[in-house]
Design a protein around this ligand. Structure first.
Ligand code: PGA
Length: 248
């Protein structure tokens, strides 16, 4: 299975604009049995989008963040069950823009655990800030800190998005080959902790400056199972073209 996940980040600035983008996606996103397309808008747009989602929609809804506790006095936070109740089935955890605000590996791991426990899929974002020094160790720890908390059964609900921080919001993405090399490392960590079949079944996506123009070689790259798209996911035409690269 391949995944094309659109992370709208903190945009657009109004529901009116969001509804416009969403309407075009509802109309134009292609269906494909080997590709799951996910739209992850800001939390505030999830409810109206879920309400307008056709029952035969070819896409799923995702959230960009979650809190790990299931209830309690946590001002401003949203629980996994609340998201699931709205019809959200994918939750991005540990995006580098959240890690930059102070989320560490331990917190990200608890979020992933909360998401899989609620029966949704966690999209765990990992990636180095530069390829200098021992960046492999950094990447390995990002994966291991989550894997340590999970069972083999939980792993069936985890998707890893390899997003080198230097390639996010940049002009150029990583090369498909560079992303594949990191995907191999990610699968090796999972193989060593669990086993070959968990590693082989783990979807590993690439994210960072993917757009309609550069998608083709990523879609063709073996060992990668799709993309996490930021800026280009808010441009319905581009996002549809990106999804089409996976649906044929
Ligand atoms: P970008 O963002 O596609 O705009 O580089 C990717 C991401 O942050 O997930």
């Amino acid at each position: 299975m391949n995944y094309v996940i659109g992370n709208w980040k903190m945009a657009p600035g109004s529901w009116q604009k969001a509804e416009q983008i969403y309407g075009q996606l509802v109309r134009d996103l292609p269906s494909g049995k080997d590709c799951t397309t996910v739209i992850a808008p800001p939390h505030v747009y999830l409810h109206p989008m879920a309400a307008q989602k056709p029952s035969d929609a070819v896409f799923a809804l995702g959230a960009q963040n979650v809190y790990f506790e299931s209830s309690g006095a946590h001002t401003g936070e949203v629980s996994a069950d609340q998201l699931s109740d709205l019809g959200v089935s994918y939750v991005i955890c540990g995006h580098s823009e959240r890690r930059a605000l102070g989320e560490d590996n331990a917190l990200v791991a608890k979020k992933v655990q909360a998401v899989v426990t609620a029966g949704m899929y966690a999209v765990l974002c990992v990636g180095e800030s530069s390829r200098e020094g021992d960046w492999h160790a950094f990447l390995i720890e990002e994966i291991e800190s989550v894997a340590r908390l999970l069972t083999e059964a939980d792993m069936a609900r985890v998707i890893v998005a390899y997003e080198p921080i230097w390639a996010i919001g940049a002009e150029e993405p990583d090369t498909p080959d560079g992303a594949h090399t990191s995907a191999l490392l990610i699968r090796k960590v999972i193989r060593e902790r669990f086993n070959e079949s968990v590693a082989a079944d783990l979807p590993v996506l690439y994210g960072g400056s993917v757009n309609a123009k550069n998608i083709k070689p990523f879609a063709e790259q073996e060992g990668l199972n799709g993309v996490l798209v930021g800026r280009a996911s808010r441009d319905p035409k581009q996002f549809v073209q990106i999804a089409e690269a996976y649906t044929g």
